[in-house]
Ligand binder design. Structure first.
Ligand SMILES: NC(=O)C1=CN([C@@H]2O[C@H](COP(=O)(O)OP(=O)(O)OC[C@H]3O[C@@H](n4cnc5c(N)ncnc54)[C@H](OP(=O)(O)O)[C@@H]3O)[C@@H](O)[C@H]2O)[C@@H](O)CC1
Ligand SMILES: [K+]
Length: 501
């Protein structure tokens, strides 16, 4: 499990160390980790250290200090090092060490932006150490102009020191201009803003460097499940399991207009190991489901009488499908765990509960929030996905799984998970229907399972939703293998991912 924190949490945790006078030691560890990552990345690209060049963009705070100490270490290993001081002043000890190591220093002014941008663009490595967790808003003045120019020139390897400058470490919101990094080396622990969009777009791969203050960290602001967590939490049939104890899932999905959504939700559910899937819907759609997935038990009855452990509600259901909306209402009233996709939202009560998991994409979330009287245009939410997901959960009382390049799961109690295993090829019709089916199958199998005892009670529903997102993302990445992928292929790859967990 990756735990991520706000910049504020990290700074609070660092305070006792600073009071004890070991701030400089923490900075040395940070610089060492940063320099080592640069060495590793250069070698990974087949580059020799001797003769390579590094430009460090150094602000006046401790972030700049980290960058200067790291660049000094690199200079001592044979790199040609240049420091571009973006704020007139610089971290004193860091700058002194950089000069001792033979580094060349240039000061940025309003008059030499183009010249310095060209110098940085020509370096093999650019270290962005302008702003870290102490930043207030976006880059100001010449530093902003410098980074804007650099971003347009696509420089060599860009390594962000702690966070890409201009990114909000707490929220992932971006104050342009921000120089997109290939790698972010972050200190003490991951920052939440690196694991939520749009921040994640600018962070590249994230390396965490421990600096010795980790034991002082509080509860994380955000978590990410990794392969070993999926292994630990996954449903495991035992010797005497039968289809009913494995977990029966009810699916209310599909309409005359969108019959395929019902098929895809059922495929996702079967692939993720539901003991049995019961489908309820119009006869034509049921025929299609039966033909495509003969394992599914189809019917036209009421959801109030179906014996299931969880429900998937809404994929492909449009507002004209009156019977389906009634089934959705009845299913939601059973009190069982529910996955509610977009089509189900109009039929649900206003006040929901954590075991009711909504799965909107950003546009649907904007509409949902508007329904609660919150003015929210889509572009604004896209710029602040973490806040948007939290807001959705807090307003509805439900767990909100916000689909996107990074999928966020927010529980009404405040817990947030972030998963990003998916590939952009998965932005394809039907992908979300498969995800709803996968999540439903996990709910049916895990809602009463002892494996969830590992997870604090308040986090369980969100953890199951995060597992589904991870499983779905991994299956998509596997099926895509770098090329186009259909929703059916994503579903087909799920058993393979579970097998290898
Ligand atoms: N604490 C520790 O022990 C450790 C900390 N570590 C490192 O320290 C980093 C945090 O350092 P920090 O607190 O010095 O803040 P930092 O991000 O460098 O910037 C603040 C400076 O920038 C300025 N400034 C602010 N906003 C601005 C803007 N929009 N545009 C332009 N300028 C702006 C502001 O000046 P002001 O404007 O307030 O006068 C201030 O001088 C952290 O990310 C990590 O890398 C590690 O070494 C581990 C040990
Ligand atoms: K930075």
């Amino acid at each position: 499990m990756i735990s991520a924190y706000t910049g504020t949490q990290i700074r609070e945790a660092e305070k006792p160390f600073l009071a004890d006078g070991v701030g400089a030691v923490l900075m040395q560890r940070a610089a060492y980790g940063l320099a080592n990552t640069v060495v590793h990345e250069l070698r990974g690209r087949g580059r020799r250290l001797y003769g390579s060049s590094v430009a460090v963009l150094a602000g006046k705070g401790n972030n700049g200090g980290d960058g200067l100490f790291a660049a000094a270490l690199l200079a001592r290993r044979g790199l040609r090092a240049t420091a571009l001081l973006t704020a007139g002043a610089a971290h004193e000890a860091g700058l002194a060490e950089f000069r001792r190591a033979g580094g060349h220093v240039l000061a940025l002014t309003a008059d030499n932006i183009a010249e310095l941008a060209a110098a940085a663009a020509g370096a093999d490595v650019v270290i962005d150490a302008v702003l870290g967790t102490g930043a207030q808003g976006g880059l100001r003045g010449p530093a902003g102009a410098l980074l804007e120019r650099l971003a347009q020139t696509h420089p060599g390897l860009v390594v962000a020191c702690d966070i890409p400058s201009g990114l909000d470490a707490d929220t992932g919101e971006v104050n342009e201009p921000v120089l997109p990094a290939d790698v972010t080396v972050t200190f003490g622990a991951a920052k939440a803003g690196l694991l939520a969009d749009p921040g994640a777009d600018f962070a590249g791969s994230v390396h965490v460097v421990p600096i010795g203050m980790e034991a002082a960290l509080p509860e994380p602001a955000l978590r990410r499940l990794e392969a070993q967590d999926l292994h630990r939490l996954r449903p495991q049939p035992v010797r005497r399991s039968h289809k009913y104890t494995r977990g029966v899932l009810g699916v209310v999905a599909g309409s005359e207009r969108y019959p395929g959504a019902a098929v895809l939700a059922c495929r996702g559910a079967l692939a993720a190991g539901a003991g049995m899937v019961r489908y309820l819907g119009p006869p034509d759609v049921a025929d299609l489901v039966r033909e495509s997935c003969p394992e599914v038990v189809c019917g036209q009855g009421s959801s109030a009488e179906a014996h299931v452990q969880a429900w998937v509600l809404g994929p492909g259901v449009d507002e004209s499908a009156g019977d389906q909306l009634q089934r959705i209402r009845d299913a939601a009233a059973t009190g069982l765990p529910v996955v509610a996709d977009a089509g189900a939202l109009p039929a649900l009560p206003r006040i929901l509960a954590p075991h009711q998991i909504l799965t909107p994409h950003i546009g649907e979330l904007a509409a949902l929030l508007a329904g609660y009287g919150v003015e929210s245009d889509r572009a604004r939410l896209e710029g602040a996905t973490l806040a948007a997901a939290r807001r959705g959960a807090a307003l509805t009382g439900a767990t909100v799984l916000l689909k996107g390049a990074t999928t966020l799961v927010a529980a009404p109690g405040g817990t947030v998970f972030s998963q990003s295993e998916a590939t952009p090829w998965m932005a394809t019709a039907g992908s979300g229907d498969v995800l709803a089916g996968v999540l439903g199958a996990l709910l049916a199998q895990l809602s009463g399972s002892a494996t969830m005892d590992h997870v604090p009670r308040g986090d369980r529903w969100a953890a199951i939703a995060a597992m589904a997102a991870s499983l779905h993302g991994r299956a998509g990445a596997m099926a895509s293998a770098g090329g186009p992928v259909t929703a059916t292929a994503v579903a087909r790859a799920i058993p393979e991912v579970i097998r290898h967990m």
